[in-house]
Design a protein around this ligand. Structure first.
Ligand code: MN
Ligand code: MN
Length: 461
């Protein structure tokens, strides 16, 4: 039989691939995206994301699990980890295992050094230490907002968010003008702007005291002292971050894409949260929002900690289960909800076109991540992939597969391996993005929507 004839007779032989925009009502996709843009605008850091998630949970009747003596079917609870990570759960009829979707709340940014403030050439600046994998030159000439927590010597806590409201100042790192950049432009990309050049402008007005040294720095300290009661020493005990200021925006004549800071991983996080809130299931559904993924999931708010086990212990105790916390996790199933790198027409050379995610073609199912010979990957088993496929089919999810770039060209990981080490099967899934880890990432609204459909289907399987 000729190829064409066979293709007509047995169309199922070939994998069907078409834009997810063709199989979704545009209205549903757009209204989901509007809710996401509102979330992304306020969930800039893991702290502000945690606060926004808990705000949304409490509004819908979720209770702090620490306040509950016991748990029963129908209960909706959350577990707050250091105000930087949170686990939300809807208790269902089935309590032998949990259906867990894990995503992360932190995104690359510039953290303020322990001794940041100095003066140079009549300007006050703050020294920063970049957080996560960044292309440093991208963080110049971008309006920045300051977030975080600082305590005064007397122990008064200040939570900062400066630079988002219209009447608030912003901050910025300058880059060199092209007229004088001949030598700079001969450098490699990693050296065009070096880490120690990521110094943020914070002031220019000097104090009037003619005896004072560093008059502008003094003026900034005086201002912070007047407003917050802070002194220079307080920075050494603080946790302050500069992140891109501003709100997400629609991109393209058709408003199909969104640009914004932190799609990695607030997009998967938002789809995860909405999936949990909207799901109706006999299963016990858990949405896990972790911290510190961008620096290896370390620390006691990261997914490499034992926080899932701690949570399982509380659940077993309060539900009065007869299995151990470890058994509860072994019996669980998981999705690692994280973004993938999409095939960028401006940089096609880094992707294997046959195995790359394309914007607008649905949620990306990533059997494995990692780098080189699948190092540091959680490589999902075929048996589990078979279950995942059934969820995709049942919920009419438009899906595609992906690898993070061509083999040996780079790589990256997610929290998948930290969830699977407790024994639960895990697979990566999320929307594709362009410009990952840049101050302005791009995704397609329909991929976000398909991710939501998949996560919801997973909770409800
Ligand atoms: Mn991520
Ligand atoms: Mn990342």
């Amino acid at each position: 039989m000729k190829g064409e004839k066979l293709a007509k007779k047995k169309p199922e032989l070939l994998r069907k691939k078409e834009s997810a925009w063709l199989s979704n009502p545009a209205g549903a996709v757009q209204s989901f995206a509007e809710d996401y843009k509102g979330f992304l605008a306020v969930a800039k850091t893991e702290r502000s994301a945690t606060r926004e998630i808990i705000r949304r949970l409490e509004k819908l009747g979720f209770m702090d699990i620490e306040m509950m003596m016991t748990l029963k079917e129908g209960d909706k609870v959350f577990f707050n980890i250091k105000d930087k990570s949170v686990i939300a759960m809807k208790v269902g009829k089935e309590t032998d295992g949990l259906m867990i979707i894990g995503s992360h709340l932190d995104s690359p940014r510039l953290d303020i050094k322990p001794n940041p403030l100095y003066e140079a050439n009549n300007l006050a600046l703050m020294k920063t230490h970049y957080y996560g994998g960044v292309k440093k030159y991208q963080w110049t000439n971008v309006d920045l907002a300051m977030y975080g927590v600082a305590y005064t010597k007397e122990g008064v806590k200040h939570e900062f968010s400066i630079g988002e409201k219209d009447d608030e100042p912003r901050f910025l790192v300058s880059d060199l003008l092209p007229h004088l950049a001949k030598k700079q432009m001969e450098k490699t990309g990693n050296e065009i702007v070096e880490a120690e050049q990521l110094n943020v402008f914070v002031g220019n007005i000097p104090v009037k005291d003619k005896d004072a040294k560093d008059k502008v720095k003094m003026a900034v300290l005086e201002l912070l002292n007047r407003k917050y009661g802070m002194i220079e020493e307080d920075f050494s005990f603080a946790e302050l971050n500069f992140v891109p200021a501003g709100t997400p925006r629609d991109i393209g004549f058709d408003k199909a894409l969104i640009s914004g800071y932190g799609h990695d991983d607030k997009s998967a996080t938002f789809a995860n949260l909405r999936a949990l809130l909207d799901s109706k299931s006999k299963n016990t559904a858990v949405a896990y929002f972790s911290d510190k993924e961008e620096i290896g999931s370390v620390g006691n708010s990261g997914a490499a900690s034992f926080v899932l086990l701690d949570f399982a212990e509380i659940v077993v105790k309060k539900l009065g289960l007869s299995i151990s916390p470890k058994e509860l996790l072994v019996n669980s199933k998981a999705v690692s909800a994280d973004v993938s790198s999409a095939l960028d027409p401006n940089f096609p050379e880094v992707s294997d076109e046959k195995n790359a995610t394309q914007l607008g073609f649905g949620v990306t199912i990533e059997k494995y991540t990692g780098s080189g010979g699948k190092y540091s990957a959680n490589d999902a088993h075929a048996e589990y992939m078979n279950e995942i496929r059934k969820i995709l089919q049942k919920n009419k999810v438009t899906w595609q597969t992906s690898e993070l770039g061509k083999v040996d060209i780079g790589g990256g990981g997610t929290i998948a391996l930290y969830m699977s080490r407790f024994g639960m099967d895990t697979v990566d899934a999320g929307p594709g993005v362009f410009g990952m880890h840049s101050p302005r990432e791009i995704l397609s609204k329909v991929d976000l929507y398909e991710a939501y459909k998949f996560y919801k289907g997973f909770f409800e399987q």
